[in-house]
Design a protein around this ligand. Structure first.
Ligand SMILES: N=CN[C@@H](CCC(=O)O)C(=O)O
Ligand SMILES: [Zn+2]
Length: 400
């Protein structure tokens, strides 16, 4: 068992229950986990020593929402949007066609490259989805490829999103029966989560319920893409069915916000009731679709736990940069730096129910660390777009 002391940390943002931010700090990693945190002057010895030279350290980002299994290019669709066209779910079909044509080797290499990019930007725990297969064989193929990458530690969480869109030329009810039948049977061994795009142009409330209930029955945890394009049943359904997260949340009624807040009543970080439904905000996606930014401030003020995620996908958010998403949440969504960092770390972990393992720097947790080439984390918003990630540790190992 080797240990590493990281010392001379200018600012250590722990995201622990007390939201402690330590200056002149140090920490020790042992066997992939955080073994000690405290003042640099009091740090114990370790086998190896890294001098942070006054840099800031924070938990690695937990990106709780990505779609990395895809091939093809949708830049023309993006350009048309920038010229005034609005986003519609139908573009998913374009990616599905390109993705189906890619071999296992091609898709695996594409996912690996995208994860490398995410890690290079400070992401240390990452969820990703199927959803550009949209047939029984293809969805199972994508889930199987992801399971191989999970076994290697490339991705951390896998979500089945067969209910992303009804593929062109297929009857909707027939497709839903495929999703809850042979598709679910084939992916259940590979995925821990199921998701549905509950939205105008994708799946309505009834179809979404059918998919979510069947997936829950099969033992999968639930997540929902909801309220992205307009108000709708996504949020209320997610809360009713005990989904771990509902993502996008751009268009919310007061009832939606109250339902989300109600799901957190009685929960506290140190105990109480089980966690409720996290509202995941996706600022890069909102900018790329010219949508109103998700109301993160309103949700926090109502007592809802929120996450920030990249939603990396070729249609609405072609970026894995959590630095960008967190900086944007401060600049445009009126979150404080502490709130935005928490949403991109502990909030994402809550959305994946991985909060006991990752999402904060606490003794016993996985040593997932992000060192900035800056003395303080506020530089993420103060210097947007700058290459601020200096070093990354994933489960105690230098990943960057
Ligand atoms: N909204 C649904 N799914 C993706 C976009 C899919 C696409 O357009 O390719 C999203 O999260 O934004
Ligand atoms: Zn998405």
């Amino acid at each position: 068992m080797t240990s590493e002391l990281i010392t001379n940390i200018g600012e250590l943002t722990t995201v622990d229950a007390q939201e402690r931010v330590l200056t002149d700090a140090a920490l020790v990693i042992e066997d992939g986990r955080i073994a000690w945190i405290g003042a640099a002057a009091e740090a114990p010895d370790a086998d190896e020593r890294t001098d942070a030279q006054g840099r800031a350290v924070l938990p690695g980002w937990v990106d709780s929402h990505t779609h990395l299994v895809f091939d093809g290019d949708r830049s023309a669709e993006f350009e048309a949007r920038m010229a005034g066209q609005s986003y519609a779910a139908g573009g998913i079909n374009v990616t599905t066609e390109a993705t189906r044509a890619a071999s296992d080797e091609q898709l695996t290499a594409l996912v690996r490259g995208r994860v490398d990019g995410a890690v290079a930007g400070g992401t240390t725990y990452l969820e990703t989805k199927t959803g550009y297969g949209l047939s029984v064989d293809e969805e199972i193929r994508h889930a199987r490829l992801l399971a191989g990458l999970k076994a290697e530690g490339v991705v951390d969480e896998i979500t089945f999103l067969g209910a992303h869109l009804v593929p062109a030329g297929v009857d909707a009810d027939r497709y839903v029966e495929d999703v809850v039948g042979p598709m679910l049977d084939g992916v259940a061994e590979h995925a821990a989560w199921a998701d549905v795009f509950c939205e105008r142009g994708a799946f309505d409330g009834e179809q979404s319920r059918r998919v979510l209930e069947a997936c829950r029955e099969a033992g999968l945890g639930l997540r929902v893409h909801g309220n992205q394009i307009g108000e709708g049943p996504g949020v209320s359904l997610a809360v009713e069915l005990g989904a771990a997260s509902v993502d996008h949340v751009n268009f919310l009624t007061d009832e939606d916000v109250a339902a989300l807040a109600g799901s957190w009543e009685g929960w506290s970080r140190d105990g109480g009731t089980a966690p409720g439904t996290v509202a995941t905000c996706l600022p890069a996606c909102d900018l790329s679709t010219r949508a109103p930014l998700a109301p993160g401030r309103r949700l926090l003020d109502a007592g809802v736990q929120i996450a920030l995620a990249s939603n990396c996908n070729p249609g609405t958010s072609y970026t894995t940069s959590m630095n960008f998403n967190v900086g944007t949440a401060v600049l445009q969504m009126h979150l404080s730096l502490a709130e935005a960092v928490r949403a991109g770390t502990y909030g994402g972990a809550l959305a994946l129910r991985a909060q006991d393992e990752v999402g904060s720097i606490e003794v016993g947790k996985r040593a997932d660390l992000h060192m900035l080439d800056a003395p303080a984390a506020i530089h993420l918003a103060y210097r947007p777009g700058m290459p601020l990630t200096h070093a990354v540790w994933r489960a105690g190992r230098r990943a960057r």
